[in-house]
Ligand binder design. Structure first.
Ligand SMILES: [Fe+2]
Ligand SMILES: [Fe+2]
Length: 483
């Protein structure tokens, strides 16, 4: 194993970027650190800062066995700066600079655009921690509580990853941006986070699992696109972040899977065949499948807005500049410049939703969103629908039409149902509760959110996992609660 794979844990800030040899950067990060810890105490997981949590910490960036597990108090977690190993003679893979050596320093002409990309990505990371701040109170098990905290410390590490780039490569304005990342606040009226979905509440565990399934998957797509970047430090940072992101999506897809499993088992045991017999299903203390579908509709549509407008000059510029590629850019067989190409974009034309060929460079947001939708759809089939099928219940989860419930892009101006049929404002008002969780739905879910804190115990509405964390049994004490 080369030494760049190992992480130096000797100093205040664990890293594999040779921080000891870079006094200026070390000072900058060390002076940002106290404000970060204040942020973590004030906006990180509420009520569990003294608890011992069985967490994974990265000790290497080698994909094989990079982590060690152990009990940690979260404020003492070793947040660090970890880059995937450099690829020798790496070249810019797309855009106008295609074939040139990847940049090790910020390309002056693209400086502002690059900084903006890093800031927008960086802003989502602390936002997710803030959104999930209160969930510890109502965790359905110690296993789930531990997973929540693992996600929180890793999102916070992703903040470190972006702050490292800002402070190392962007001088004074980088330091100011790093401060602002601690200043904005999810859901705040005056200083909200930059993107809509990161200002929404995550009020219950069904929302949390939906968020990690749908919204962390947007994170995966964005990180993939940035890991293609011609700015090599960004590429290497994002490549390592993706290994952590995979766990967040696992938490979401397995979490929802376990809720479905429990619901189906309870229905079978009670002799209920009709998944729409909601009142009876709810008396069993489990979450009915149609309500889960509504939550999925909400989180999917909020997440689609994160991809921005279907047709976007910014996206074209970032691609041309070699800063942000397509999903799996290096595996696509085309000229990677896209100057004469087109791409079919879903648009609203004379009140109709149609697919229209648009210059491929302008439609990169749409393309990334299409890749996202395909990825989410296959996750739903493989993880959720298979469980329902096995239980023999006549229900399938599906993704709503991309025009449903949108705030950004082509369909922000219309109302549409789950199949993309347009609705008048009155119809939308009248029928909203068919598509999205109603107040009663949310109250019901809230009524189930009671913490289960004895090792091996699980709430009535969720099945235990197949396997524990790190090969440990389900009744392991994943979190030692303080006091
Ligand atoms: Fe993240
Ligand atoms: Fe994540």
């Amino acid at each position: 194993m080369s030494h760049a794979m190992n992480v130096d844990y000797d100093g205040l800030i664990p890293n594999n970027v040779g921080l000891n040899a870079d006094a200026r950067l070390r000072r900058a990060l060390e002076s940002w650190h106290p404000g970060y810890l204040d942020w973590w105490q004030a906006r990180g997981p509420e009520g569990f800062q003294e608890s011992l949590v069985y967490l994974r910490t990265a000790v290497s960036v080698d994909p094989e066995g990079w982590a060690k597990f152990g009990y940690v108090r979260m404020p003492e977690y070793r947040w660090g700066i970890l880059l995937a190993p450099a690829v020798e003679d790496r070249r810019i893979a797309f855009g106008a600079h295609k074939g040139e050596p990847a940049w090790q320093e910020v390309p002056g002409e693209h400086r502002a655009m690059l900084r903006r990309l890093i800031v927008v990505q960086g802003d989502t990371e602390p936002a997710a921690v803030e959104q999930q701040r209160y969930l510890g109170r109502t965790a359905p098990s110690l296993y789930d509580l531990r997973n929540l905290f693992q996600v929180s410390v890793e999102e916070a590490r992703h903040l470190w990853a972006m702050v490292y780039l800002l402070q190392k490569y962007f001088g004074r304005d980088g330091r100011e941006e790093a401060e602002d990342l601690l200043r904005r606040r999810s859901g705040d009226q005056d200083t909200p986070r930059l993107l809509g979905a990161f200002n929404e509440a995550t009020p219950d565990w069904l929302s949390f699992f939906m968020f990690t399934f749908f919204t962390d998957r947007d994170g995966k797509m964005q990180l993939h696109a940035l890991s293609q970047s011609g700015f090599d430090p960004l590429s290497r940072t994002c490549r390592f972040m993706l290994t952590e992101e995979a766990h967040h999506m696992f938490v979401g897809q397995s979490g929802i899977g376990r809720i479905i499993e429990r619901t189906c088992a309870a229905m079978r045991a009670a002799g209920i065949d009709d998944p729409y017999d909601i009142a009876r299903v709810r008396t069993l203390g489990v979450i009915d499948l149609p309500t889960m579908q509504k939550k999925a509709n909400l989180h999917f549509s909020l997440t689609l807005d994160l991809f921005g407008s279907e047709i976007s000059t910014n996206a074209a510029n970032a691609f041309n500049a070699g800063l942000k590629g397509r999903y799996l850019e290096d595996q696509i067989a085309d000229d990677h410049r896209l100057t004469g190409d087109t791409y079919p974009v879903a648009r609203l034309k004379r009140g109709q939703i149609v697919r229209e060929d648009v210059p491929a460079l302008s439609s990169l947001n749409m393309r990334l969103r299409d890749d996202y939708v395909a990825d989410a759809a296959s996750g739903i089939e493989r993880w959720w629908n298979r469980i329902i099928e096995r239980a023999g219940i006549a229900f399938r989860f599906r993704l709503p039409h991309v025009a449903f419930n949108r705030r950004i892009g082509e369909f922000a101006a219309i109302h549409a149902d789950l199949d993309g049929n347009q609705l008048s404002s009155e119809e939308w008002q009248r029928r909203q509760d068919e598509f999205l969780p109603s107040i009663e739905d949310n109250l019901f879910i809230e009524s189930l959110m009671r913490p289960v804190t004895e090792p091996g115990g699980f709430a009535s509405w969720i099945a235990p996992p197949r396997a524990g964390v790190d090969g440990l049994p389900g009744n392991f004490e994943y979190v030692k609660l303080a006091g």
